[in-house]
Design a protein around this ligand. Structure first.
Ligand SMILES: Cc1ncc(COP(=O)(O)O)c(C=O)c1O
Length: 366
């Protein structure tokens, strides 16, 4: 077959091990998944209540316009309904943006290391990928500006960044946006927005008028605890949304996903509580890293990138054997580190105890 040339040498996304698989492999009683930045507190109880009502007509196609969720989100963000686009997770929106704007003869700018789907999709579309190394875990926006030329079509800013967790200060980001030519789409991927607790952080939705070339990505997969339902959304000027709508599949969100997202959105007390407790637990990670003299990037998310002694793959494997599924930095482009989702208080205590055993072994080997 005549596969696209770009597919040669690419590999499909490799999900981490599932809880069931690890239980089976290592004969463990309990396994904690701290690998994909899901919400350890689940989701709003209103979602579970709704699902039990069985209120969805399964034989009917979903609302391809996501009308109900659209109107609630428009009200929440104080934007008009035509500024919103829905995706089967923000993953799908990344694909739609790439399909609509990238191709041979264009280039796209992103950090390295950052969320891998930007480069993955750009590669499939045949665009030139310009990856600008992080500086101290932060996007090097000066480097981004230097990389811009007439063929630049899309710039990706992951904020806070995955996998470092770093947040760009709002004034730095704003100064950058002022320097980007208006014909370039700047994607602000804010999958972890709800976890930010930094003072003086500006909600980028308030920049839509000033910077008409931005598109903001948010998701129900993280703080809202709905990763399995695949609902993400974008906010941008109506003209951008109208063009992206030409590319997306007509019924890309299913009825249950749309309905439960609406329920979860209404329960902001749950989000507030998750942000608060995540903040407290993030501080425990900071304290642990300081005590153990392990480097950790400043995180404004529900995960941390933490240095481990020795090889990160080996550390991840040893932690797996103790019942913790985490991500080795080797696969994420950050060797020497592991990315760990911040769990509940108990999960984190158990995780620290497991990591302690590795540190003891490493220390005594020296
Ligand atoms: C930065 C970032 N963007 C986008 C996504 C995709 O999220 P989803 O497709 O579940 O909305 C993730 C998931 O890990 C992420 O970390």
């Amino acid at each position: 077959m005549n596969w696209k040339h770009a597919l040669k040498g690419m590999t499909p996304y490799k999900p981490g091990r599932s809880i069931e698989e690890v239980i089976r492999l290592y004969g463990l009683k309990e396994v904690v998944k701290l690998a994909s930045n899901e919400n350890p507190y689940g989701c709003s109880p209103a979602v579970k209540e709704f699902i039990e009502t069985d209120a969805i007509q399964y034989e009917i196609y979903p609302d391809g316009y996501a009308s109900a969720l659209r109107s609630k989100l428009a009200a929440k963000h104080d934007v008009s309904e035509d500024t919103l686009l829905f995706g089967n997770g923000s993953d799908e929106i990344i694909m739609v943006i790439s399909r609509a704007l990238l191709g041979k003869g264009t280039n796209t700018i992103m950090a390295t290391t950052t969320f891998p789907q930007y480069a993955h999709n750009a590669k499939i579309e045949g665009a030139e990928i310009r990856q600008i190394p992080l500086r101290d875990g932060q996007h090097d926006l000066e480097g981004f500006v230097r990389a811009i030329d007439d063929e630049t079509s899309v710039i990706w800013v992951c904020n806070p960044n995955n996998p470092t967790g770093n947040l760009l200060p709002s004034d730095t980001l704003q100064a950058f946006l002022e320097r980007v030519p208006e014909h370039i789409l700047v994607v602000l991927d804010e999958a972890y927005f709800e976890y930010i607790t930094a003072d003086a952080h500006t909600d980028s939705v308030t920049w839509l008028e000033k910077f008409p070339n931005i598109i903001i990505l948010r998701t129900f997969s993280k703080a809202y605890g709905l990763a399995s339902f695949r609902v993400g959304y974008a906010i941008a000027q109506p003209e951008i949304i109208a063009n992206l709508n030409k590319v997306r599949n007509p019924f890309n969100n299913n009825s249950i996903g749309l309905a439960v997202a609406e329920k979860a959105l209404a329960d902001q007390a749950f989000i507030h509580q998750c942000r608060q407790v995540n903040h407290e637990q993030r501080d425990r990670f900071k304290q642990y890293a300081t005590e153990k003299k392990l480097h950790m990037f400043d995180s404004e998310t529900n995960f941390v990138l933490l240095a481990v002694p020795g090889d990160a793959d080996l550390a991840a494997e040893q932690l797996l054997q103790q019942g913790f599924i985490i991500r080795s930095g080797n696969a994420l482009g950050t060797p020497g580190y592991v990315r760990v989702t911040i769990g509940t208080e108990q999960q984190n205590s158990d995780f620290f105890a497991a990591l302690d055993t590795l540190l003891v072994v490493e220390g005594s080997a020296k």
